[in-house]
Design a protein around this ligand. Structure first.
Ligand SMILES: NC(=O)c1ccc[n+]([C@@H]2O[C@H](COP(=O)([O-])OP(=O)(O)OC[C@H]3O[C@@H](n4cnc5c(N)ncnc54)[C@H](OP(=O)(O)O)[C@@H]3O)[C@@H](O)[C@H]2O)c1
Length: 164
């Protein structure tokens, strides 16, 4: 089983503010949908509330310490270990945020690749992706894009592989 973090990250590693995304980039949403479709997604409770519903075509596991929490159409677990137990037999499982969850999965041995959309702009925010350490992560794919009439910022689709 592989855990694959997937995230859209500003230059300054900001991923959100006030439990919302800070940009509207349909190209990134399309890539996210194509990549995660048919797979299981693991997310933190705040990210689930930010999306507001279970996304179709994908199993969603929501992590919360609140034992009474329920999320329609999702499985709710009380820690990351329990989430991992539930997906052991699957091949690729996507970790879709937010900052707290990314921080906890980045150093796990299950996490050997990650899909990053780098949005080339700076934003003020309160949720961050961890700094990607080039000594630990090798950039193996890079697809650069100019802004266009639907995507207001330049961006790149990046794939990182753990070095060791
Ligand atoms: N740009 C992107 O790609 C992207 C992707 C996803 C999210 N986001 C943004 O990121 C922000 C949300 O991130 P966040 O860091 O604030 O929150 P988060 O990681 O989505 O959720 C945090 C919550 O998850 C639960 N949790 C975390 N670790 C846990 C553990 N080990 N055991 C049990 N429960 C655990 C806790 O829920 P309880 O408090 O209920 O216990 C915690 O409050 C939003 O702004 C969102 O829009 C951006």
């Amino acid at each position: 089983m592989k855990l694959i973090p997937i995230a859209a990250i500003a230059n300054n590693n900001v991923i959100g503010q006030n439990n919302k995304l800070l940009w509207h980039m349909p190209a990134d949403l399309k890539r996210f949908k194509e990549t995660t479709m048919g797979h299981t997604m693991i997310m933190g409770r705040k990210t689930f509330e930010s999306i507001g519903k279970a996304l179709p075509g994908r199993k969603t596991i929501v992590i919360t310490r609140n034992k009474d929490y329920s999320a329609e159409g999702c499985e709710v677990v009380s820690d990351l270990k329990e989430a991992i137990c539930k997906v052991k037999s699957e091949s690729n499982v996507y970790v879709v945020g937010g900052g707290e969850i990314y921080r906890q999965v980045l150093n796990l041995h299950y996490t050997r690749r990650m899909f990053i959309t780098r949005v080339y702009a700076n934003f003020e925010g309160d949720a961050f992706f961890p700094e990607i350490n080039p000594e630990k992560w090798e950039l193996i794919e890079r697809e650069e894009h100019e802004p266009d009439d639907r995507n207001p910022y330049p961006y790149a689709f990046l794939t990182y592989k753990r070095k060791c």
